[in-house]
Design a protein around this ligand. Structure first.
Ligand SMILES: Cc1cc2nc3c(=O)[nH]c(=O)nc-3n(C[C@H](O)[C@H](O)[C@H](O)COP(=O)(O)O)c2cc1C
Length: 391
């Protein structure tokens, strides 16, 4: 298979994965309108390239949370990565390290916080789900002791999104075997062979005595989070974690403003890849309306499939994008090498976009390079909702 794009890797992943796993990877909430709106949001912006600029040295590097990365991207936290490839978390962490960008380990990882810290020496970030407060504090201190660079607190999973593909497939771990799942496995022999050898994913962070296992594990798998998790809890987490901290899943500018006031380092504008609230707005549209900050880091995710998408996000003010499914397609095809191939494709396309755009460096990208095309889905929000003064 000739791989020229993320779409090629996506096709490869679809060929190799049983339909239940493919649906877990691809699915969104309800009618999947937000899922489809995410990549579509990028099509609402076109480039206005500049000409006759010296382009002999294109600088794709970017500062992400204070440190330099090879290009403005971070591997997003994704749970149950071992469904796509054995030890999938480690494969992704190493691919990110090779690509010189940060990797984010999910609370729902198959390898533990400590395993990843020992086996992958790149820029490791840890993503926290607050399932239960004491457990959350325990995970935070484990991540701190293991030397994670940044804590990413996800706040957009109050309960599981209604993912109808998963409901129809009765997706669960351990897998419920029936004729359909068995046939699914038989017709995808490469995947099944790997799982006969390595086993199905476990929740690596819940294998220690400290993590109150059965109830917490069940809650995580069904995404039954702590519904009393509020700004006060976030404040407590901030006190426990003095290092770099991002809040992921923010979409309302006033929530971003509140994070900034609390002394949190930044936000990841995100609708969780369209997996939680259908008809949630896209991160890119909100980004386009936020003021720019010197003292607050704004990352975005959702629907990034091309290096040109990264350039658009950066031009609109994002420090970096998080890469979710695009890296997972590569992982499902060829493990670490496939994930690295996905990240390299995005890096190369990003470099090529800067070149074609007549923009020599990430630091010079700005809204002047963009032209908004869509008029149909742009909602003008009242000024008062964007009352964050820029610094
Ligand atoms: C299979 C899968 C699992 C995910 N698991 C998590 C998770 O454990 N924690 C989290 O904060 N976000 C999770 N996400 C959301 C991603 O971090 C990210 O927001 C989203 O994938 C970005 O959209 P994209 O896939 O279109 O790039 C998951 C997404 C996918 C596709």
């Amino acid at each position: 298979m000739m791989v020229l794009s993320i779409a090629d890797l996506q096709r490869g992943a679809h060929n190799v994965l049983p339909s239940m796993v493919r649906d877990y990877l691809e699915g969104g909430a309800q009618d999947e309108r937000t899922l489809h709106a995410n990549p579509a949001a990028y099509r609402n912006w076109q480039f206005m390239p500049r000409r006759l600029v010296a382009l002999n040295d294109i600088q794709t590097q970017a500062k992400i949370m204070g440190d330099t990365a090879a290009f403005p991207a971070v591997v997003a936290p994704t749970g149950l990565n071992a469904l796509f490839w054995p030890e999938g978390d480690l494969a992704l962490a190493r691919a990110a390290q090779r690509s010189q960008i940060p990797f984010t380990l999910s609370t729902a990882s198959s390898l533990s916080i400590e395993d990843i810290a020992q086996q992958a020496q790149g820029r490791n970030w840890f993503q926290l789900y607050v399932i239960e407060r004491d457990l959350a504090f325990d995970l935070v201190s484990r991540a701190r002791n293991a030397g994670y660079e940044c804590l990413v607190v996800t706040v957009d999973v109050v309960a599981n999104g209604k993912r109808e593909r998963d409901l129809r497939n009765q997706f669960a771990l351990p897998v419920r075997y029936n004729w359909r799942t068995l046939w699914d496995g038989v017709s995808h022999p490469a995947w099944s062979w790997r799982y006969l050898r390595h086993g199905l994913p476990v929740l690596g962070n819940f294998n220690t005595p400290a993590a109150r296992s059965p109830a917490a594990r069940a809650a995580l798998l069904s995404r039954a989070m702590d519904r009393t998790f509020t700004w006060e809890t976030l404040e407590q987490i901030r006190q426990q974690w003095p290092g770099k901290m991002l809040v992921k899943g923010v979409l309302h500018p006033q929530d971003a403003a509140r994070c900034r006031q609390m002394g949190i380092d930044g936000v990841v504008l995100s609708n969780h890849g369209g997996r939680q609230l259908d008809d949630a707005c896209t991160a890119l549209d909100i980004l386009a309306q936020l003021p720019r900050f010197k003292d607050f880091n704004v990352l975005i995710d959702g629907g990034v499939r091309r290096g040109s998408d990264i350039a658009k996000a950066v031009a609109l003010g994002a420090q970096a994008v998080m890469i979710g499914r695009a890296a997972l397609y590569g992982l499902a095809c060829k493990g670490e090498d496939g994930a690295y191939q996905a990240l390299s494709l995005l890096h190369d396309e990003y470099r090529d976009t800067l070149l074609q755009l007549g923009c020599p460096a990430t630091s010079q990208l700005g809204p002047d390079y963009l032209h908004r095309t869509a008029i149909n889905n742009h909602i003008q929000l009242p000024e008062s909702r964007f009352c964050m003064e820029s610094a």
